[in-house]
Design a protein around this ligand. Structure first.
Ligand SMILES: [Zn+2]
Length: 49
């Protein structure tokens, strides 16, 4: 079974990306991605339910 994690923009909290979760990933992932709502690159973090 493949798990996905949702990446949310830290600035506006919109859920912009979904990426396959790596099984051995333990630390919280933070990525610079383009947010269409902020119209710039922002830090995205893993969305927690
Ligand atoms: Zn944003």
């Amino acid at each position: 079974m493949r798990e996905y994690m949702t990446m949310i923009c830290k600035d506006c909290s919109n859920r912009n990306y979904r990426t396959p979760k790596k099984t051995q990933q333990t630390e919280k992932l933070e990525l610079k991605k383009f947010c269409k709502y902020c119209r710039k690159h922002t830090a995205h973090k893993e969305y927690k339910k």
